[in-house]
Design a protein around this ligand. Structure first.
Ligand SMILES: [Fe+2]
Length: 312
């Protein structure tokens, strides 16, 4: 039985001078943060001397941007962002530039600033910096599902094959053309009907081997338990493409787990307009992508950031 969040769980709903937090129109566990348009304009106008390269080369500039958001919209914005991401009942929100900026550089600045309200972005070995931009097109010769448009990208968590923790995930839509389908598919662990069956299984805490394909630029092999406890809640670490079971029984467990997740009635396809981002707690939310409909001029660009919470 699905236990979707009820209205009284939406404790972060609020109206402040600089922003308003509303229940998300499409998902009962998520929030949508609406920012004041003129303050957004002020935010972008004050950053003309900062570009994406500055942010890549000088880590403290990422936090300076978060500080700018905090100064303009109020310290309560950061408190709400951190509160939502930590709150097991929710753990996610969307927010966007509300057409106050239209260019990729501004999107990078905005996504960086929001992410740094929550914590510190991890190094992304695929891009060689703290964020990655990637496109999905009609044709692709990559070695993972990431850029393959016409197949379903199965539900997973990020950071499975790296040593460091990955507490949160941010995905921001930059652009899309001729892209029917391709929505983010998301699932909150507490809405999954068979969570108990798989998290109580003897293999739930078996340390599986994770290895990544060459495009990820990680030569590492790590051991990861599929289910673990954090703040008294059951959390998950799983991706079908990079886990290497050693026995038939282990393979059967992983295959059934993935199929059960895919078949959950609580999986939601969430449309994300260009200029908007979604931020999720990566320990109890899973994400994937619906297949796109075939189109020769399909083009979609997304930015992703993953990172850890800052201990304060
Ligand atoms: Fe992912």
């Amino acid at each position: 039985m699905s236990m979707l969040a009820s209205k009284q769980d939406m404790v972060f709903v609020q109206k402040q001078p600089g922003f308003e937090i509303k229940p998300h129109p499409e998902h009962s566990r998520l929030y949508h943060i609406e920012l004041d348009d003129s303050l957004l304009q002020t935010f972008f106008a004050g950053l003309s001397e900062v570009n994406a390269q500055t942010l890549e080369y000088v880590p403290y500039m990422r936090l300076i941007l978060a500080g700018r958001l905090s100064d303009l919209f109020g310290a309560s914005l950061g408190e709400a962002v951190r509160g939502i991401l930590h709150d097991r009942r929710s753990g996610g929100f969307t927010v966007g530039v509300q057409e106050q900026a239209m260019d990729p550089e501004s999107y990078v600045k905005f996504g960086t600033a929001v992410s740094c309200l929550a914590g510190t972005p991890n190094f992304d070995a695929m891009s060689g910096t703290y964020y990655a931009r990637f496109t999905v097109k009609d044709t692709d010769d990559s070695d993972s599902y990431l850029r393959q448009a016409y197949r379903l990208f199965t539900l997973h968590t990020d950071g499975t094959f790296v040593e460091e923790p990955t507490d949160w995930l941010l995905m921001m839509k930059f652009e899309e053309r001729h892209s029917a389908g391709g929505e983010s598919r998301i699932l909150h662990l507490d809405d999954w009907e068979e969570l108990k069956k798989f998290s109580d299984h003897p293999l739930a805490s078996y340390p599986f081997t994770y290895k990544s394909p060459p495009s990820k630029n990680i030569g590492q092999v790590v051991k990861r338990k599929t289910f673990f406890k954090q703040n008294n809640g059951t959390c998950i670490c799983f991706i079908d493409q990079f886990v290497y079971p050693e026995t038939i029984a282990q393979a059967a467990y992983l295959k059934e787990l993935s199929e059960s997740l895919e078949n959950s009635a609580a999986v939601m396809a969430l449309p994300l307009p260009a200029g908007q981002l979604i931020m999720l707690n990566n320990t109890f939310w899973m994400h994937g992508r619906a297949a796109f409909e075939k189109h020769p001029e399909l083009h979609r660009e997304l930015m992703r950031l993953r990172g850890v919470f800052t201990e304060v």
